[in-house]
Design a protein around this ligand. Structure first.
Ligand SMILES: [Zn+2]
Length: 372
């Protein structure tokens, strides 16, 4: 990686929200097997609560009465909280959806510092990169990412089969590290259910209903897809690789397919993930594409600002893009404006939705001066 990271400071209330979101995720990881939350609560949750109480008292608002009450607050939209956030922040959303952390909760948790999930996936990818570099096997790196994206759920037997695959053999240990057993609490009569849209395991609500772990699927509607017997030993991606590799990866692979259909030369994660996609036109021009799939454009902009350069120039490119999945625009019509408002991109880097990028690509392909 050629990029370096600078951490911008969070405001008082932003840090409060970051601590609460991190604490909520830690607590969820502890209780996902069906255990009741036990004391002590994660320290982030307590610290976040103390700060929130202070903000409430300053504004003569009733503060939450302890952690259980705070968790009830987390089920309300952030606009109901007496905290001051940027007007471009996504306050229509809440941190918990029926006791399951939302995408926004994840994004606030990584707004500052390394939360556990992010640290684990960084370490995992670094490890994979080292193995592939020392074996001079960049294809294994790509195969590893493709596996995580396309197979978020595997039986123990399927996992072993993948480890025997030529391109993945050298990464057996890392593949095993990326997955863990599905929590018992997800099973219904010994059967586990996967989401037909994203392939993840479906979780059970307190009432016993099945819902997808991804909140995008929950808002778009989803169906139960594959069913697997718990007896087969069912593995699921750990939270870190699921959130940071597989979730954005679905948009990366979708875009790669669309670009390949246009008969461009497409390379995924070139130079061990300098950026997501590199496309080469018939005239030799190369574009770099980094797909960003965040719910809150304000938090995404903060993350992008921490990265210098925004998109590394090795391998080289003449034009670069941050690309957002099209449905982010339906969720929020001013998504791009809010993102650009908080980032200062150099003019060779554009911010576009998937469809707009495809249009730019087609325009360039039709331009007679760009033919080889
Ligand atoms: Zn899903």
């Amino acid at each position: 990686m050629t990029a370096t990271y600078n951490e911008p400071a969070l405001s008082f209330d932003e840090l409060t929200l970051h601590l609460i979101a991190s604490g909520v995720i830690k607590l969820y990881e502890k209780v996902k097997d069906g255990a009741a939350p036990t004391l002590p609560y994660p320290k982030e949750l307590q610290r976040g609560l103390d700060r929130l109480v202070l903000s409430c008292l300053r504004q003569a608002e009733n503060p939450p009465q302890g952690v259980p009450d705070l968790l009830a607050w987390c089920q309300k939209p952030l606009s109901n909280w007496p905290i001051k956030l940027s007007e471009d922040a996504d306050t229509a959303n809440k941190l918990l959806d029926d006791q399951i952390p939302t995408g926004i909760c994840d994004e606030w948790a990584i707004a500052s510092g390394d939360v556990e999930a992010e640290a684990i996936q960084k370490q995992l990818l670094l490890n994979v990169m080292q193995v592939c570099k020392s074996d001079d096997a960049p294809d294994a790196y790509v195969a590893f990412r493709r596996l995580l994206i396309s197979q978020p759920v595997l039986t123990e037997f399927e996992l072993l089969q993948h480890c025997l695959n030529d391109s993945l053999q050298i990464l057996e240990a890392q593949i095993k590290t990326a997955y863990e057993l599905v929590p018992e609490s997800c099973a219904v009569n010994g059967q586990l259910h996967c989401c037909s849209n994203c392939g993840n395991i479906m979780l059970r609500t307190v009432k016993g209903d099945l819902i997808c772990a991804e909140d995008r699927c929950r808002t778009q509607g989803f169906k139960v897809g594959r069913q697997v017997s718990q007896k087969e030993g069912v593995l699921w991606l750990k939270r870190g690789p699921r959130r940071f590799v597989a979730a954005p990866g679905r948009a990366e692979l979708r875009l790669a397919d669309k670009l390949e259909e246009l008969e461009l030369e497409v390379k995924l994660w070139p130079n061990f993930d300098s950026y997501d996609l590199r496309i080469v036109f018939p005239d030799g021009d190369a574009w770099a594409i980094d797909v960003k799939d965040w719910k809150d454009p304000f938090l995404l902009a903060r993350k992008v600002k921490q990265q210098e350069p925004p998109i590394p120039s090795d391998p080289p490119w003449t034009q670069a893009y941050f690309v957002f999945p099209d449905d982010r625009k339906q969720q929020r019509s001013d998504y791009k404006r809010a993102f650009c408002n908080h980032t200062r991109l150099p003019k060779q880097i554009k911010a576009k939705f998937e469809k707009e990028l495809i249009k730019d690509v087609k325009r360039k392909l039709e331009d007679p001066s760009s033919r080889s």
